[in-house]
Design a protein around this ligand. Structure first.
Ligand SMILES: Nc1nc2c(c(=O)[nH]1)N[C@H]1C(S)=C(S)[C@@H](COP(=O)(O)OP(=O)(O)OC[C@H]3O[C@@H](n4cnc5c(N)ncnc54)[C@H](O)[C@@H]3O)O[C@H]1N2
Ligand code: MOO
Length: 390
């Protein structure tokens, strides 16, 4: 058995960054920017009014002053003259400020009659002008790599980037194995169950920038598994689920090796997730996950997401850990790092009553994986512990 950190180091060696592709901005949300983007012009490209009102010279913004309105500017409709002493321009939010003006008086502070305005007795002190390049200047850069959030997409649009170069989505083929499995929606025989964790893994992968492909369920025989491996060809990462343990029907390792797997490790000092294997298989990374539904999902968080991030060019880092105090006592831990399903109540970690790795209902209620180090002594409420947020 190797430790989680050691396993991760092997997995990162199997997880080279994927190539890049150019996509329209509309398809770029959630993708990882692969090439930095440079703004070609200032934003705003001109000093603009921030309010609806009257543009004038700051010296003329005197309570009670009377001014002549000499024209009008609106967003998209600049006024090309120059504002002189005693003059004002009717202006709307977003319109270019005319030459000569350096202040906007909001219309609430103005009384207008015909082409004359009189300023009120109490003027606010704001200039209400957005200077040119206040948001960003020509040459400003959005640096890659960066996972593009909606606000990043808006900024890229403002930078006039119609297309962006992003990392190709790592393609992940997922193979459920087992004679007992049927797909959700099918009618299971009394001794069958529904394939579940592959659906969770696919969702986890897609939520984190991968392209998941659920292959047909492989049965517990070599021919069926071989067919699944053949269908998985072309994927960057091949995941099998189940058949990883020591039972007579656990065939994944043997068949994968016949199919070209060069195994890097098998078995990890962790709970759940012990019977995990990984290696390289015909140019792809291959990870054999344990079949217990919670084990497969926990391994998804601990191993598959870090691999995916590495393939997306986001660097090699384990799942981010946080700290919180314990809200319940914990017994001493054994020789495997334990990832306990837990809730956070008033900021304190409360482990679920059952840590059986078959219980998806417990995982669905969990907000955190509370990490118990190898051979950790018993812990008391109030002690600090590390966790991974789910
Ligand atoms: N004698 C031993 N037995 C077991 C050991 C061991 O060390 N010695 N390890 C146990 C541990 S830990 C785990 S975890 C499991 C993992 O076994 P496998 O990876 O071979 O998984 P299976 O036997 O195929 O399935 C386990 C369990 O999970 C269900 N399953 C499988 N695939 C799915 C799926 N896609 N969706 C939902 N449920 C699935 C399957 O029906 C079994 O109930 O081995 C222990 N045994
Ligand atoms: O991976 Mo197994 O679930 O450790 O029980």
């Amino acid at each position: 058995m190797i430790r989680v950190e050691e396993a991760l180091a092997h997995l990162f060696e199997l997880s080279a960054p994927c190539g890049t592709e150019t996509v329209p901005l509309r398809g770029a949300a959630g993708r990882v920017l692969a090439r930095s983007v440079r703004a070609g012009r200032d934003q705003p490209p001109f000093a603009a009014s921030a309010m609806d009102g009257y543009a004038l010279r700051a010296e003329d913004a005197v309570p009670g002053a009377a001014l002549n309105v000499v024209g009008e500017a609106a967003a998209g409709h600049a006024w090309s003259g120059r504002i002189g002493p005693g003059e004002a321009l009717r202006i709307f939010t977003g319109a270019p400020l005319p030459e000569g003006a350096d202040r906007v008086v909001i219309q609430e502070d103005v009384t207008r009659s015909g082409s004359r305005i009189v300023l009120g007795e109490r003027l606010d002190s704001g200039a209400h002008v957005r200077p040119a390049a206040a948001d960003f200047a020509a040459g400003a850069v959005m640096e890659a790599p960066r996972r593009l959030r909606p606000q990043d997409i808006a900024l890229l649009a403002a930078m006039n980037a119609a297309h962006v170069e992003v990392m190709r989505k790592p393609s992940v083929a997922i193979i459920a194995t087992g004679d007992e499995l049927v797909m959700p929606g099918e009618a299971p025989a009394p001794d069958q169950i529904i394939a579940s964790n592959t659906f969770g893994l696919a969702a986890l992968i897609e939520e984190n920038g991968g392209d998941a492909r659920l292959l047909p369920i492989a049965r517990d025989n070599a021919a069926s598994l071989e067919m699944a491996f053949a269908l998985a060809e072309g994927a960057d990462l091949i995941l099998t689920v189940g058949g990883a343990s020591v039972g007579d029907h656990d065939l994944v390792a043997a068949v994968a090796e016949e199919h070209g797997l060069k195994r890097r490790f098998y078995k990890i000092a962790m709970r759940p997730g012990k019977p995990l294997m990984a290696g390289r298989m015909k140019g792809a990374a291959m990870v054999g996950l344990p079949g217990n539904p919670v084990s497969a999902m926990v391994c998804g968080h601990i191993f598959i997401l870090p691999m995916l991030r590495a393939m997306l060019g986001l660097g090699q880092a384990p799942a981010p850990r946080q700290q919180a105090r314990l809200g319940a006592p914990l017994p001493a831990n054994g020789p495997r790092e334990h990832y306990m399903r837990a809730r956070l109540e008033d900021g304190a970690l409360i482990p679920a009553a059952s840590q059986d790795s078959a219980l998806l209902s417990v995982l669905a209620e969990a907000e955190a994986l509370l990490i118990r180090p190898i051979d950790a002594p018993a812990a008391a409420p109030g002690d600090m512990a590390e966790f991974i947020a789910l």
